[in-house]
Design a protein around this ligand. Structure first.
Ligand code: G6P
Length: 490
């Protein structure tokens, strides 16, 4: 039954804008989340008839659902914990994330056996729960924007339930090259693409990812008379013959999410950031402006395999080894915030990051100089303090949908900074001209780029920072989201 008073705009994502914890006294503590997805979609907060559908991810979230204590405008789905774990850990983060970021280590990975089939069934169930909730909550003709690889099947499932809706899907990840994508079992690759093509419109962060998606459709959906269009001056699309004989066309578009300049400038001047700035300065040592001033290389990431933190540390070690003039003159401030710790490979990676950082500190550190300052406890104010101090920002992912850190640091850094940027980050499409671009696997090249960044003349650095900040904030989150709604309704 279509509700008369349903929402006009709906967003669906695995991680929602708020999370709950149960305090000792039994009351609920609500925390607003951060990150690109959350800040991007916060624009919807102004629309009174908007609803965000997301998963309950913690005991606190599940308790909030049980008590009916959720925030207005947010509906959390309390999906069976085992189903959620199979869908989120098993399929989304261990398979789809790995496929799109080219993370498998052959010859042993991947192997798709009966266990994966079981997890895929859970992924379907989990997507179906979202489709059902959206179908229940949406007003007649409402607009729905589904987010990311966790929910690839939702567009098709929702269309079957509610053909009156305008359905969009946005991918925050890269999209895999067709040869890599075809590692997925054929029937599952097909189901996933057809699920997404159930949308009226699919959004991507860059043209490169959009074209990779089209290539996958061409390679996988041969039996559906698939036609991929990339017309000059017109909207790209994928058309195909549906199993019931109709011809369906899904439009594709690029929306390069940018950083929020106003928010960052204001937020990074607050007292809590100033406090952390003072702490960091003390840890870094040297006398700013003095003869023993130290340069600062900053990186801020989730501890994520695709972020390539370990190779970044190896590149820094090589710099200290081969350019000894930097010893005691530079500090690498590396913030690596734990992520997806339910997965063993992420736990191992987190340990490896700490191990390599310690190795560098034992090999080169002196009484008054710690070469690597590694922090693993997530602290947004401290991240902003590090941005402010950055002389160099190191963003070297193996592959990344966009990477907002690359766009944020140039806005916030007090003295301007040089961006060392992987050509495999989506941000490269917009920032490549003014960054020092590296191949993320090439540790020697990355080390050389760090040296070039540290020695760049102040004037050139200032000019580049200005252009990077302008390009990186061209499409702030609110506009990014509204553009998608407009295109979808168009
Ligand atoms: C990426 C994904 C998001 C995800 C985020 C954090 O940016 O595209 O969908 O929410 O990582 O990952 P997590 O698994 O902690 O939600």
């Amino acid at each position: 039954m279509v509700s008369e008073h349903g929402a006009q705009v709906l967003v669906a994502s695995n991680r929602g804008p708020v999370s709950y914890a149960v305090r000792e006294d039994g009351t609920l503590d609500a925390k607003r989340g951060g990150g690109g997805l959350v800040s991007g979609l916060s624009a919807i907060g102004d629309e009174a008839d908007a609803l965000w559908v997301c998963s309950a991810l913690s005991d606190g979230d599940r308790e909030a659902v049980r008590r009916g204590a959720g925030e207005p405008g947010v509906r959390m789905l309390d999906i069976d914990a085992a189903v959620h774990s199979d869908a989120y850990n098993g399929v989304a983060n261990s398979v789809l994330w790995f496929v799109h970021h080219l993370l498998y280590q052959t010859p042993l990975e991947p192997t798709f056996g009966p266990e994966f089939r079981r997890q895929w069934a859970a992924y379907r169930t989990y997507n179906q729960a979202f489709a059902a909730a959206l179908a229940e909550e949406a007003a007649q003709g409402a607009t729905v924007v589904v987010q990311d690889y966790h929910l690839a099947l939702v567009p098709g499932m929702l269309r079957a339930l509610r053909p009156d809706l305008r359905i969009g899907h946005f991918s925050h990840t890269p999209w895999a090259p067709a040869e890599y994508f075809r590692m997925l079992p054929d029937d599952i690759a097909e189901e996933l693409l057809l699920g997404m093509l159930g949308a009226d419109r699919l959004g991507f962060l860059t043209t490169r990812w959009l074209q990779a998606f089209q290539a996958c459709c061409g390679a996988v959906l041969g039996s559906y008379e698939v036609m991929t269009y990339w017309p000059k001056d017109a909207t790209p699309s994928v058309g195909y013959r549906t199993p019931d004989g109709r011809f369906h066309r899904t439009l594709l578009g690029v929306h390069g999410l940018g950083a929020d300049a106003d928010f960052l400038r204001e937020r990074s001047q607050r007292a809590d950031v100033e406090e952390r700035l003072a702490d960091l300065r003390e840890q870094i040592g040297g006398q700013p402006g003095g003869e023993d001033a130290r340069k600062v290389i900053v990186r801020v990431d989730r501890t994520e395999l695709s972020k390539n933190i370990v190779r970044g540390l190896h590149a820094y070690r090589l710099l200290l080894e081969e350019q000894p003039q930097w010893r005691e003159r530079v500090v690498h401030v590396a913030f690596a915030y734990p992520s997806r710790q339910d997965l063993a490979v992420y736990r191992e990676y987190t340990a490896e990051v700490s191990r390599v950082a310690q190795e560098i500190n034992s090999a080169y550190g002196t009484e008054g100089w710690t070469p690597v300052i590694l922090h693993v406890k997530d602290d947004f104010a401290r991240s902003l303090a590090a941005y402010r101090l950055a002389d160099v920002a190191l963003v070297n992912p193996i592959r990344d949908g966009m990477n907002l850190v690359a766009k944020e640091v140039p806005v916030v850094s007090d003295e301007g900074c040089v961006l060392v940027l992987s050509r495999e980050a989506g941000a490269y499409a917009e920032l490549g001209d003014d960054a020092l671009v590296v191949n993320p696997y090439d540790v020697v090249g990355t080390s050389a780029a760090l040296h070039a960044a540290l020695t760049m003349p102040a004037e050139e650095r200032a000019e580049r920072t200005k252009r990077l900040a302008a390009a990186g904030t061209a499409l702030p989150p609110a506009q990014w989201f509204l553009d998608q709604l407009e295109a979808l309704r168009g």
